[in-house]
Design a binder for this molecule. Structure first.
Ligand code: OSB
Ligand code: MG
Length: 365
């Protein structure tokens, strides 16, 4: 077949530091996967950060796992399904697997000369864009930022919360904007015994509360779900298709934030999507501050039919001064992002810029 594989450990400056309950990111690291075959190039992204604060994976572990354990299967697999079968014995490391698997999807779509979202089974030509707002230094600062995102046209605001930065800030934003779609994300910052603080959020008409309890938990979430009016959405706890099944059976959540990178790629994303659709559990697509490459895969996933809420897929300009794709991802006047008509992820990768932001690379030959 004659494939060539190249991986890049990339670091890009964020426009502003992004703080969540588990830590701050000032510069974003990830691993970019470039898979070439017969003059076509498929691109993937493993959006693990430099610090293991969201999951145990880091950009360095993703680079190592891809190089040592995923590169050979990736060179040989005819499609994403065969790739996942070949790497079944690599435990976990879902983001590393996703970065590799997504490159295969992009390549497959480009070989067929169709947009990736169509190959995936997407049903809509534009996707709803929301924005995730990090923890700020003050309530005034937060209100200023929320106001500027609303002016840009984002259709939903997600506020990051943690103990001490929750009911007051949610109340302040809700008072200023009684009618916007609003939700919160705790990134696992609470324990079940903190439920009274979470209960206070019930009065703010939130679309959902995301991952309030521990990053691996399903049982306590199922108990909390019965105590709150606000629907629970799980992020960190759903790492593979089996987790969505368990969460559904236990009643741990009624919505899933599906991040293709967190669950090992687009094939597992489809499996989770289809399962959730079959049991009537809505999903939406979350992000990990991806570059324009990973963003292309997120946009494709967000065209699937059971995506029922605005996504954490914002324009390139919300994250980076300069993105590494052309055109950059932009918001329409309707607060949406258009699913591209070009083959694969639908944007061109600016390889010069990619190399400029690259700390290290490795290639198969
Ligand atoms: O919990 O959804 C999260 C970013 C990095 C790590 C975890 C999360 C996030 C976001 C940002 O909320 C989503 C995005 O805009 O990419
Ligand atoms: Mg989250």
């Amino acid at each position: 077949m004659g494939r060539k594989l190249e991986i890049f450990l990339v670091e890009m400056p964020l426009l502003a530091p992004f703080e969540i309950s588990s830590g701050v990111s000032e510069r974003r690291q990830c691993v970019i996967v470039r898979l070439e075959e017969d003059g076509l190039v498929g691109w993937g992204e493993a959006p693990a950060d430099s610090q293991p604060f969201y999951s145990y994976e880091t950009s360095e572990t993703a680079f190592y796992i891809i190089k040592e354990f995923l590169s050979k299967p990736l060179m040989e697999a005819k499609d994403p399904n065969e790739f996942l079968n070949k790497v079944r014995n690599v435990r976990g490391h879902q983001m590393a697997k996703a970065g590799a698997e997504m490159a295969l999807w992009d390549l497959e779509a480009k070989k067929a000369s169709i947009p990736l979202w169509k190959l995936l089974g997407g049903v809509r030509e534009e996707i709803e864009s929301g924005v995730s707002v990090g923890i700020q230094r003050s309530v005034d600062e937060l209100l200023r930022i929320v106001s500027s995102y609303l002016d840009e046209g984002y259709r939903r605001i997600k506020l990051k919360i943690k103990p001490g930065w929750d009911k007051d800030i949610v109340g302040a934003v809700r008072r200023e904007y009684p009618d916007i779609k609003l939700q919160v994300d705790a990134n696992a910052a609470y324990r079940l015994q903190d439920w009274p603080s979470l209960k206070e959020l019930d009065k703010y008409e939130l679309l959902m509360i995301e991952q309030p309890l521990d990053y691996d938990d399903l049982v306590d979430h199922s108990i909390l779900a019965k105590m709150l009016k606000t629907p629970i959405c799980l992020d960190e706890s759903i790492k593979k298709p089996e987790d969505s099944y368990k969460a559904y059976r236990l009643g741990s959540c009624s919505i899933i934030n599906l991040k293709p990178a967190r669950v090992g790629g687009l094939l597992n994303s489809k499996i989770i999507h289809d399962f959730c659709e079959s049991v009537g559990m809505p999903i939406w697509i979350g992000g990990m501050l991806e570059t324009g490459i990973g963003r292309g895969h997120l946009v494709a996933a967000a065209t699937l039919p059971n995506v029922k809420f605005p996504n954490d897929i914002s324009a390139s300009s919300r994250y980076y001064e300069e993105d590494i794709v052309d055109p950059p991802w932009e918001l329409t006047s309707r607060g949406t992002i258009r699913a591209p008509g070009a083959p694969g992820i639908g944007v061109e990768v600016l390889e010069e810029k990619l190399r400029k932001f690259s700390l290290r690379s490795w290639s198969s030959s």
